[in-house]
Design a protein around this ligand. Sequence first.
Ligand SMILES: Nc1ncnc2c1ncn2[C@@H]1O[C@H](COP(=O)(O)OP(=O)(O)OP(=O)(O)O)[C@@H](O)[C@H]1O
Length: 251
Amino acid sequence: MTDPLLEVRGLSRRFAAVDALKDVNFTVAAGEVHALIGPNGAGKTTFIHHLSGALFPDAGKIHFNGSEITRLRMHQRVRAGMARSWQITNVFLGLSALDNVALAVQGRPDAGTSFRFWRPVDREARLFEEARTFLEQVGLGERSGRLAGELSHGEQRALELAMALATRPQLLLLDEPMAGTGPEESARMVELIEHLARHVTILLVEHDMDAVFRLADRISVLVNGQLICTGTPDAVRNDAGVRRAYLGDHL
Ligand SMILES: Nc1ncnc2c1ncn2[C@@H]1O[C@H](COP(=O)(O)OP(=O)(O)OP(=O)(O)O)[C@@H](O)[C@H]1O
């Protein structure tokens, strides 16, 4: 078996009296869509914060793409090939969709070198050309000139995905991409994630179980800070412990 793209070993984190994460062992294989599910307060957001570098653990190690990243800062993890959707907090609402993605392209470390040999006018044209391809990938090609603030909530989530893709990640962390979207927008987001999954490995945290069971190759279940099960959607659906602790209410 090839080494996992992401490997978490013995991750623990305590907040005052709460064990938010307890000795979590977890892997994401290259090419898969891996969903992390669990009831409210299970520790999912805390876990994603540890992967993205927003928080550091009390114990445990995180390896990504063969290197240890446990103590790396957020921007270093982005450079290493990990991108996270931030629930729209990173989108500049007063800028066009295209400008938002162009900024994300420009922030990529290799953009400086790949654009260095172009004259300023060509350089700018290249930058926007590349940004446009990411907008097209998320279905926003026609909306590139719109101010981000004028886009619907679902379109803003898609824009955020285009910005994450602009960093050319190997692993995309999607934190509740369906949150706040209506049924039509959710369906579009599921299609979009299916499309992106052909090109990039995805770790998905999501409460929408229809979306999770449709998209995931493997599912991990977190309850009270502990990973109680990892397996295929069928295995997780039929796991007695999972049904008792969580899915029983949802199925
Ligand atoms: N900064 C913090 N300070 C104190 N306690 C915290 C902090 N962040 C999280 N917790 C606690 O850690 C536990 C896990 O919270 P977390 O937000 O990670 O759960 P979650 O699975 O993401 O929940 P939800 O699905 O509702 O978003 C909860 O008991 C929460 O109250």
